[in-house]
Each structure stands twice: as structure tokens, then as C-alpha cells.
Design a protein around this ligand. Structure first.
Ligand SMILES: C[S@@+](CC[C@H](N)C(=O)[O-])C[C@H]1O[C@@H](n2cnc3c(N)ncnc32)[C@H](O)[C@@H]1O
Length: 430
């Protein structure tokens, strides 16, 4: 039996979701980090289950031509868990991610497709893009990043994938007392900077006034860091519109992602003046704003979001657009209430867990001519695409964006149409 801590020699020949390569050692499946397909490696076993082992490559015996030296000194066995593919060229990273996604679509949804992962503009070396970084604070008050599959914290002086605006906040230079974690936020388009601090439970109990927001937000504007409370946050500009994004609210972390994705949603849906559009899981209203401009004042756009801060942000961001209505609700519950509503086009961008069967069925029941499904999780996307297929909607096009270089994450946009139209669309593309 191969125990945790044992070192083994093996070859990996495939990739799996999550930054792993896969191989076998004496017929046992082993998932290996810091490896590349085709490599022969010395692997230290880090986890053992009844079905497989996990491990990390501690020595490369026979190297892949795709291997490069990791730019970050904290990316390696036993260290920071934030990045997965620093040791692969960016081309190879995108090929690997495309293969992982194609495998999941085939296995879970029976969809066979070559997936080309597109580079986003502005970060040709794959570094300096992450506009939001959550640092964990250790017992001595040092901010660092968590090790892979661990609660242990890797102390760091700098994160190379962090946006320069995040680095300039100097979170790792400060001793944080009674603090659990610190989120550093940089606007990609303005000088706004924010630090969102989550106090330890003991500190929170001792400071009743903090309970309401559970965070102190400090806003950095024009070279100054100022403390503010509650939901104020950074501002972002996308396609000529200003969006306020409050503390803890969702915003795409790559500087080019918000503009690229909202453009891609419009390209996929082709909304027309006067149409009715839905933006489900609308956050601060990014796609709602783009859809509202496209359908115009004769059309209407209904956004649904359950986060109180995000709802207030979306209402504030889009207050000049009479065709927009933002509902604060759980999407599934709202869709039940809208049983009689018809929509021409629907955008949905659920969290990692996906939309699920009920929401998929309700969206299909609205009989939209097109659906744009934005996702960052290939497994739940594939599961929901299979459900859409059963509900009469088929994948007509898929785009994948390298919105998280150096990590295993990918952002997707799936365009769906009623089965007959989708088949024609796919045939035209082939
Ligand atoms: C991936 S974000 C998308 C936000 C927006 N489309 C954007 O690009 O900025 C998902 C959003 O869904 C919201 N959300 C999560 N579960 C929800 C639910 N069951 N009902 C409504 N909104 C939900 C989250 O608060 C978050 O704002």
C-alpha cells in the first residue's frame, strides 16, 4: 500500500479538472500537481483515498517541451495553492484547459466539441491581472495565501498574478491584529482601491458596530486610503457606463473580462430594440446594462439577484434606464412567480453550483429565442447543458476565455437555441 509521504516514480499521460495530471502507479490512479502530460516524475504522495492517490511532482525526470520555469517563487510543491499551471507555457495552459473542458462536456453532457480557450487582452505574460485577492492572516498577523487543499498559510511578500493596484496596497507589509482575512480590491479602470477586512470572531463579538457589515472597507482614491463602512466600493467603467461594486459584491477579476464578456453576451443573444431580456444572477448589473442599451427604451430588461449589496448597486448603476427592473430574489423563486412571463433572450451567470434543473426548466419554459449561459465551472455547465437539451434547447456555440491565467479556471459562454435552430447554427459553423 502506498502511504502519504511515500515517494514514487511514475509517468502522467492525461489532465483532469483542478490543475491535476493523471497517471497510474501499480494500477492505482494518481492525480499529480506541478506536472505536465507525458512527463516522468518523482511524486510525493499527499493524500490517499480508497479509489486514488493525490501527489505532487518533486522532481522532473523526463520533462515536457511545454515546461517553463515558474515566474513565482511561491508556486511549487508544498507552497502557495493559488496557481496551478505556472510551470506551463501560456499556450500549453490554454490547450490543457481546452482539453479538460472538452472531456467534461463529452463525459457529462455527451457533447463532442473542440474547445479553443481565448486569450484576454492586456496580460500577455499572464501576470498582474487579479484585481481582487483575498489574503488569509496567520496567528502572528502576517497576510499570506493558503497552501493547496490546506488551511496553512504560505507567507508571501508579493503575489505575481495580483494587479499592480492590489500590490500597491501593501497588504503583506502590514501586521494585522484580530483579523481573519483581508481582501484587496483594485478597480481595473479607475484609481479606486479597497481593503475589506474580516475581523476574527472574537474581535467581531467585541465590536457590535462591526456586526452589521462584518467588514471595514477602506477606499483608496487619488493616493489616499480612507475608511468607509458598509456597501460603498470601487467603481468600474464598461462600454461607457460606470458601475459601482460594493464591498464583497461580485465583479470579474481579470481587467478585460467584464468588457469581453458583456460584448460576448450581446454577440450571442443579438438583442433587438423592443425585446424583453432577462439577466439572471445579475450581480451589480453588468449584463443588464449592456442588454438595456441594446433593447432600448421600448424594450425591457429584468435582472434578478439575491445579494442585498449587489441589488442596491445594480439599481444605482442603472437608475437612468427606465426599461430596467431589478428584483431582489432567489432566481428559482422568482422564476416560479414569473410562470406567465415570456422572454425573447435570457442571460444567466450563476455561481459555481450552476443554475440547476428547476431554473433550467423555467428558463426553457419562457421560450426565448436565445440563451447565453456564462459559467466558470465546466462540470455544472455540462450538467445544465444536458438538462437544457432535455428541455428542448441545444448548444449552438461555446466560447472559453482565459480569464484566470496560471490557474486552472476558465470562463465560458454557452449560446443555446431551440433544438431546430441550434442544429442549423452548428452545421453552418462546421
Ligand atoms: C457569477 S456572479 C455574476 C454577476 C454578474 N453577471 C457579473 O458578471 O458581474 C453570480 C451572482 O449571482 C448571485 N446569486 C447567487 N445565487 C443566487 C440565487 N440563488 N438567486 C439570485 N442570485 C444569486 C450572487 O450574489 C452573484 O452576484
Amino acid at each position: 500500500m502506498t502511504r502519504v509521504g511515500t515517494e514514487i516514480e511514475m509517468t502522467v499521460d492525461d489532465v483532469a479538472h483542478g490543475g491535476w495530471c493523471v497517471g497510474r502507479h501499480h494500477e492505482q490512479v494518481v492525480f499529480v500537481r506541478h506536472a505536465l502530460p507525458g512527463e516522468r516524475l518523482r511524486v510525493r504522495v499527499t493524500e490517499q483515498t480508497t479509489r486514488f492517490l493525490r501527489g505532487e511532482a518533486i522532481e522532473v525526470l523526463d520533462s515536457s517541451p511545454d515546461r517553463v520555469e515558474a515566474p513565482c517563487p511561491y508556486a511549487g510543491p508544498g507552497m502557495c495553492g493559488g496557481c496551478d499551471w505556472q510551470h506551463a507555457s501560456l499556450d500549453a495552459q490554454r490547450r490543457i484547459k481546452g482539453k479538460v473542458v472538452a472531456d467534461q462536456l463529452s463525459r457529462i453532457a455527451g457533447i463532442d466539441l473542440d474547445v479553443d480557450v481565448e486569450e484576454l487582452p492586456g496580460t500577455p505574460d499572464g501576470l498582474g491581472w487579479r484585481t481582487r485577492v483575498r489574503f488569509s492572516v496567520d496567528e502572528e498577523g502576517h497576510a499570506g495565501l493558503r497552501r493547496h487543499r490546506s488551511h496553512e498559510i504560505e507567507p508571501i511578500d508579493r503575489c505575481l498574478i495580483a494587479h499592480p493596484g492590489v500590490s500597491e496596497l501593501g497588504v503583506t507589509d502590514v501586521r494585522w491584529e484580530d483579523v481573519k482575512d483581508v481582501e484587496a480590491v483594485a478597480s481595473a479602470t479607475r484609481a479606486d482601491r479597497a481593503i475589506v477586512v474580516t475581523p476574527t470572531t472574537a474581535k467581531l463579538a467585541a465590536l457590535p458596530e462591526l456586526k452589521a457589515s462584518s467588514a471595514v472597507l477602506r477606499r483608496f482614491k487619488g493616493g489616499r486610503v480612507q475608511s468607509v463602512r458598509g456597501r460603498k466600493g470601487v467603481r468600474e467603467d464598461v462600454a461607457g457606463r460606470e458601475y459601482r461594486v460594493g464591498a464583497g459584491g461580485f465583479w470579474q477579476v481579470h481587467p478585460a473580462a467584464a468588457e469581453t464578456l458583456s460584448g460576448a453576451v450581446l454577440d450571442a443573444l443579438e438583442p433587438k430594440p423592443g425585446e424583453t431580456a432577462l439577466d439572471l444572477y445579475c450581480g451589480a448589473g453588468l449584463f443588464t446594462g449592456a442588454l438595456a442599451d441594446a433593447v432600448g427604451p421600448q424594450g425591457r430588461v429584468m435582472g434578478v439577484e439575491n445579494g442585498a449589496t449587489a441589488v442596491r448597486d445594480a439599481q444605482y448603476n442603472l437608475k437612468d434606464l427606465p426599461q430596467v427592473r431589478i428584483e431582489r430574489a432567489d432566481v428559482a423563486k422568482q422564476m416560479r412567480e414569473w410562470a406567465d412571463v415570456r422572454a425573447d433572450v435570457v442571460a444567466l451567470d450563476p455561481p459555481r453550483a450552476g443554475a440547476g434543473k428547476e431554473v433550467v426548466r423555467k428558463v426553457a419554459g419562457m421560450k426565448p429565442r436565445r440563451i447565453a449561459y456564462v459559467s466558470c465551472d465546466p462540470a455544472t455547465l455540462a450538467r445544465d447543458l444536458a438538462e437544457f437539451d432535455r428541455a428542448g434547447y441545444r448548444l449552438a456555440g461555446l466560447r472559453a476565455f482565459d480569464a484566470f491565467p496560471m490557474t486552472h479556471h476558465v470562463e465560458f459562454l454557452a449560446m443555446l437555441e431551440p433544438v431546430r435552430l441550434a442544429r442549423r447554427h452548428r452545421e453552418e459553423q462546421d
